[in-house]
Design a protein around this ligand. Structure first.
Ligand code: MSP
Length: 479
């Protein structure tokens, strides 16, 4: 299908409640989906929850809950997060959905029948936090740097997915930009990783993890959770495991395939750029067009994570800053692609300066000036707005720069009001007053239009206030 935009986020582990690290990926994906929608594309935003595996099995045991009941509850929390923060998703896939599980089994059988999976012995260091095998060189002081825990030594009879042979194909596709990995820095890291290391065959089975999809060709085992998880990107848009479904893709759900962007944190780029791509190549399915890896939200220098327990809650942010305030603060906190360190104090300060005093003040002053002077805002016919510089920033996922571009106008306009003192001109120089008001009103329409993907409700409120000449308090001061 032409003129479509399919975007995915990673599916979130259903092992604990969501935090703003998850909200970060989801808000960014939502912005990109809304932006493409605004450009006239048909969009599909997929998210979901990753519900199998050792980590979840252990957590459910700890909580003395049946794993299915446990993941049902957590999955609802993730859906709730999306709703709370105004994520307009089109599909929400759960890996415990029956259809998903059946497709995972079909795919495993297919890979086995085609000879890409074989039986062997696997030995390695396994980090349950990552649900991944680690190389010695990945560890810092013998511990996983992401989770601060010592990986377990595992040696077991296992089914393995061949990786060695497929490495050169993956590398070639990345180098030829058939699949774009960005930012550039991450692309280079992946290329150098693939060039320097041989890809070890991956164990795709688990013997002592009962909470998983049984291997269809050997029911004593369950599937490695990542294999199960990757397939969500296909099952989430209705794939049933049959390759024929792609044949008339224009007419089927597979019209969305391939993903235009797969968004993820940098911690999971490498598994995607190896195992996920290998699976697609083995299945003869087109690769995603682009993978973008963003940085992490840190809290006092450490990745915010459930395992480390240094979490700022989404509810708390929404309570203090509102939904759009939270979306703004997350995305404006730093370059998308780099790590960003956040603290509550800095967020309060930024909220007050950029939102309450910045945008909020500009809107309320402009409307107040209009209402005391009978000025009518008559510029909606100048829409839609298209601004190449702004578009280019979004297309390149420079999301904080796109916001900064809008906020430059907001700061300039606030200064313009102070410099020109329209409240004095309204009596002495009506012509000049109207000129000033027209510029302000036009800028506000542009601002509200550019804000659509980032702060959808605020955008609507500004437009409504302008249309009805109605004063509005967009953001109350935060403490
Ligand atoms: N279940 C796997 C993904 C499977 S996709 C086939 C997983 N889940 S996760 O819940 O641990 O992470 C999901 C996403 O949230 C990842 O992109 C991860 O980078 C992101 N974040 C989790 N904590 C984060 C921060 N503190 N900051 C920014 N993003 C972070 O990995």
């Amino acid at each position: 299908m032409k003129n479509k935009f399919y975007i995915t986020t990673p599916i979130y582990y259903a092992n604990a409640k969501p935090h703003i690290g998850h909200a970060y990926t989801s808000v960014a994906a939502d912005i990109l989906a809304r932006w493409n929608n605004q450009q006239g594309k048909k969009t599909f935003l997929l998210m979901g929850t990753d519900e199998h595996g050792m980590k979840i099995q252990k957590k459910a045991e700890e909580k003395k809950k049946d794993p299915q009941q446990f993941v049902n509850e957590i999955s609802e929390e993730f859906k709730g997060l999306c709703e709370k923060i105004n994520i307009n998703y089109n599909g929400f896939i759960r890996t415990t959905d029956k259809k998903h599980e059946e497709t995972v089994q079909k795919v495993l059988q297919l890979l086995y029948d085609r000879g890409f999976i074989y039986k062997g012995t696997y030995e390695g260091l396994y980090c349950v936090g990552c649900e991944q095998f680690k190389n010695e060189s990945d560890l810092v002081d013998g511990k996983c740097p992401e989770h601060g825990i010592k990986p377990e030594k595992i040696k077991e009879e296992s089914y393995l997915l061949k990786m060695k042979e497929v490495k050169s194909q993956i590398l070639e596709k990345i180098k030829k930009q058939e699949l774009e990995i960005s930012p550039e820095k991450r692309r280079n890291e992946i290329i150098s990783f693939l060039e320097k290391n041989e890809l070890k065959d991956v164990s795709i089975s688990r013997k002592n993890v009962s909470w998983g999809v049984p291997l269809p060709f050997d029911k004593k085992y369950t599937a490695y959770v990542w294999i199960d998880a990757f397939l969500n990107y296909l099952t989430g848009i209705g794939w049933n495991g049959s390759i024929e479904q792609f044949a008339f893709s224009e007419l089927s759900e597979m019209k969305w395939w391939p993903p235009d962007i797969q968004l993820m944190g940098k911690d999971i780029l490498r598994v995607h750029a190896s195992i996920w791509l290998a699976i697609l190549i083995y299945l003869d399915i087109e690769l995603p067009k682009r993978i973008f890896a963003h940085g992490h939200i840190l809290s006092n220098g450490k990745k915010m994570s459930k395992t480390l327990g240094n979490i700022i809650g989404v509810d708390e942010m929404i309570r203090r800053f509102g939904v759009d305030g939270t979306r703004y603060l997350l995305i404006s906190a730093g370059t998308f692609g780099e790590d960003i360190d956040i603290t509550m104090e800095r967020m309060v300060e930024k909220y007050n300066s950029d939102l309450a005093n910045g945008l909020g003040n500009l809107v309320s002053r402009t409307i107040k000036l209009a209402s005391v002077s009978d000025f009518q805002f008559l510029i909606s016919n100048k829409l839609p707005i298209s601004d190449e510089k702004f578009s280019e920033k979004i297309e390149n996922l420079r999301l904080s720069e796109a916001l900064e571009y809008i906020w430059k106008v907001i700061r300039e306009d606030n200064k313009y009001i102070e410099d020109n003192k329209p409240w004095e001109l309204v009596k002495s120089d009506r012509k000049n007053f109207e000129k000033i008001m027209e510029k302000l009103a036009f800028d506000l329409f542009v601002i509200s239009e550019l804000l659509v993907p980032f702060m959808p409700e605020t955008s609507k409120r500004i437009k409504k206030a302008l249309e009805n000449n109605e004063s509005v308090i967009l953001f109350k001061k935060a403490e």
